[in-house]
Structure formats: structure tokens, C-alpha cells
Write a protein that binds this ligand. Structure first.
Ligand SMILES: C[S@@+](CC[C@H](N)C(=O)[O-])C[C@H]1O[C@@H](n2cnc3c(N)ncnc32)[C@H](O)[C@@H]1O
Length: 287
């Protein structure tokens, strides 16, 4: 895939518009984090392992709720996101929650390149839940990630499954599984927080403003699991774990899903189903 930075800038506008709409549904997030609340799910906690004292680059971190939840566990976190609104919110949330993390606004490709040039390295690189689909050049991203991971350090990701990404909410087949130069244009980042209710708002969910209509289209870049694993192999990242899950954390991806315990959604028992999420851990090899 070739890098499509002009489309990243369009996505920046779409995320800037959607971010305030998302946050207005979430009740006092700073108090939630200050009181010991966490937005992390068991899957990423298991894959990340003990983060105490680790340097973590949380890429495509959105408003920093997960970054600050990692900071509360003792990680030294740098969150990176292209959205001005998301990074401004994350900085405010850090200040108001008393949890310390650095937040940097940048296209992740520029950030990876400037970090590599400056010799910055991290023990862990983490990206999750609707992050990888925004990368117009997944292999290039993985090369950039490998360059900023300490030898022996790891890339960890937990993502919605690319099979699930082929379907719309009504389970109609709408999108390709993958495609080398495929771009999916939709009418803009929507208010999926309104649909997720408590599942995406562990601090408390507030209804209202549900008529959000994003004036800025968005552009995503479908990838397959093979693209990710092969991209890791080509970047000196040794895949140690690839997990697939039959539930979706924090998101009702399809109307047909039923709410299960712990802010998750899954297909009804005996209904046709397919994996809804995957998790990957890859270790940087070499000196
Ligand atoms: C679904 S959110 C990820 C949410 C994340 N799991 C979290 O911790 O809340 C996707 C994020 O990717 C960001 N993004 C999209 N394209 C980007 C790019 N080229 N560089 C950096 N961030 C990008 C968006 O601004 C948005 O905040």
C-alpha cells in the first residue's frame, strides 16, 4: 500500500468533528480515572502483561482514556493521535485526573519517522480497537514501529477482526476483506458511543445529542490478518501470539449481537458467527 497522507488529513477533520460528540456521552471521566477506574479490558491486560516502569507508545490513542489507564498501572506513556480535539481532550483529562502521560498530536507516520530520527525507543508499542484500519500503509507502519521498539520489546494490538469489518450493522456484506490499494470512503466518523451505551462509557453514559451528523467523510484501509503477520515478519517483529475472540469489547458491531457480561457483545448461542476481535503480540528481534 502506498501512504495516502492527504486522506489522513481528511480523517483528521472527521475525527475532530466526532470527538466532542463522543465525549459528551461520557460522564465525568476524570473522576472515574482519579477514583481508580480503568477503561482497559482483560484481553489487552493479558497481552500487555506487567507494564510497571515500562515505556509505552500508545499509537492512535484517541482521547487518552486507555493511555491514562496504562499510566495508572505504572507505565510511562506517550499517546499519539492525529486529531487536535482528541489530543486536547487527553491533555485536559491527564491534568484533571492527576494521571501523568505525554500526548503528542501528529500523523502517526510523521511521529514514527521523527522518533526514529531522534533515536527515541520504547519497551512497548500499543494500538487498539479501531486503530489499524486508519493506516494507509500497514507494512510501512510496522517498519516504523519496529524501529522504535527496544530490542526484546513488543508490539501489542487488540483489534476488531477484519472479517467483522466486511459487514455493516445489519450484517450485509459491504466492504472488501482486504485490498492492496483499496480505500473505503464513508460519510464520516459517526457517534458510535451513543450506540455503545455503558459498554464504551464505563464512567457512566449520558444520552443526548444523538442527532450528530459528521460533515466530513472518512477513509479507511482494509487489511487482512495475513497483511499484519507478514508485515511483522518483514519488519523483524516475531509474532509470539495471535488470539481470536468470539466477542467484541465495548462495541455492538452488529444489531444481531447480544450484550454479554463485562461490557462485551457476542452472537447468540447457535447463531451463525465468526470471530469479532483478535489480539497480536510481536517481539522485536535483533540488536
Ligand atoms: C477508534 S480511535 C482509537 C481508539 C483507541 N483504541 C482508544 O484508546 O481510545 C481511532 C483514532 O485514530 C486516530 N487516527 C486516525 N488516523 C490517524 C493517523 N494517520 N495518525 C494518528 N492517528 C490517527 C483518530 O484520530 C482516532 O482518535
Amino acid at each position: 500500500m502506498t501512504l495516502k497522507k492527504h486522506l489522513h488529513e481528511k480523517n483528521r477533520a472527521s475525527w475532530n468533528a466526532a470527538t466532542p460528540a463522543h465525549n459528551r456521552h461520557k460522564v465525568d471521566q476524570a473522576a472515574f480515572l482519579r477514583g481508580g477506574g480503568s477503561t482497559l479490558f482483560p484481553e489487552e491486560l493479558a497481552l500487555l502483561g506487567d507494564v510497571r516502569g515500562r515505556t509505552v507508545a500508545h499509537l492512535l490513542c484517541n482521547c487518552g482514556q486507555d493511555s491514562l489507564s496504562l499510566a495508572a498501572l505504572g507505565a510511562k506513556v506517550t499517546g499519539v493521535d492525529i486529531s487536535d480535539e482528541a489530543i486536547a481532550f487527553a491533555r485536559d483529562l491527564s491534568r484533571d485526573s492527576g494521571l501523568v502521560a505525554d500526548f503528542e498530536r501528529s500523523d502517526v507516520y510523521d511521529w514514527l519517522e521523527s522518533s526514529r530520527a531522534a533515536g527515541r525507543t520504547f519497551d512497548l508499542v500499543y494500538a487498539s480497537y479501531g486503530a489499524l484500519c486508519w493506516l494507509s500503509d500497514l507494512a510501512g507502519f510496522l517498519r516504523g514501529v519496529a524501529a522504535i521498539i527496544e530490542p526484546g520489546g513488543r508490539l501489542v494490538t487488540v483489534e476488531f477482526h477484519p472479517v467483522a469489518a466486511m459487514y455493516d450493522e445489519a450484517l450485509e456484506r459491504r466492504y472488501p476483506y482486504r485490498g492492496d490499494e483499496t480505500v473505503v470512503e464513508t460519510s464520516g466518523v459517526g457517534d458510535y458511543v451513543a450506540d455503545g451505551g455503558d459498554a464504551l462509557s464505563p464512567s457512566g453514559f449520558r444520552r443526548g445529542g444523538d442527532d450528530f451528523d459528521n460533515p466530513y467523510a472518512d477513509y479507511t484501509f482494509p487489511f487482512g490478518l495475513g497483511d499484519l503477520v507478514t508485515g511483522c515478519a518483514g519488519s523483524g517483529l516475531l509474532v509470539e501470539r495471535l488470539e481470536e475472540y468470539d466477542h467484541a469489547n465495548g462495541a455492538r458491531l452488529f444489531h444481531a449481537l447480544r450484550e454479554a457480561s463485562g461490557r462485551t457483545w457476542r452472537f447468540a448461542e447457535n447463531a451463525p458467527s465468526f470471530p469479532l476481535m483478535f489480539g497480536l503480540v510481536a517481539r522485536r528481534t535483533g540488536a
